[in-house]
Design a protein around this ligand. Structure first.
Ligand SMILES: [Zn+2]
Length: 141
């Protein structure tokens, strides 16, 4: 999956770590670190190891893909994005049914809203997406 390599490099440098030192701290090998930093792609396992070594959350390392610009409905460029993933805590059914309960509590989502027409798009976190793929309640269409 795509990963925010720029942030990984920034966090690594802020700790004054070389790629070798990050490899030791994360338990990954140096070649894996080099590949992740240059290709901006990593497995979920590598991502978890890196997040833990760098003191970041897994969502922090997600690649920011703001593809909702312009708005697909009205073509406006006035798009607002919530600054981070948040846990939906509405009462009743979860926002994304059958994906929220358990380890992660509720689905972590990141909304985009068009200020012109109100069109809203939700981005599920990588954890939620992993659950989606494995869930017997959701079918791929
Ligand atoms: Zn719009």
């Amino acid at each position: 999956m795509k990963i925010n390599a720029e942030l990984i490099i920034k966090l690594r440098k802020s700790k004054h770590w070389t790629q070798e030192e990050l490899a030791i701290a994360s338990g990954l090998n140096v070649r894996t670190i080099q590949r992740i930093e240059s290709e901006a792609s990593a497995s979920l396992e590598s991502k978890k190891s890196l997040a833990s070594a760098l003191g970041a959350s897994i969502q922090d390392l997600d690649f920011e893909e703001n593809a909702m610009k312009p708005c697909p409905i009205c073509q406006s460029d006035d798009i607002y994005q919530y600054k981070e993933y948040f846990q939906y805590t509405g009462v009743g059914e979860e926002l994304l049914p059958k994906l929220g309960k358990g380890v992660f509590g509720v689905a972590k989502i990141c909304p985009f809203v068009c200020s012109e027409c109100g069109y809203t798009r939700l981005m599920a976190s990588s954890e939620t997406r992993d659950k989606l793929v494995q869930s017997e309640h959701w079918k791929k269409i």
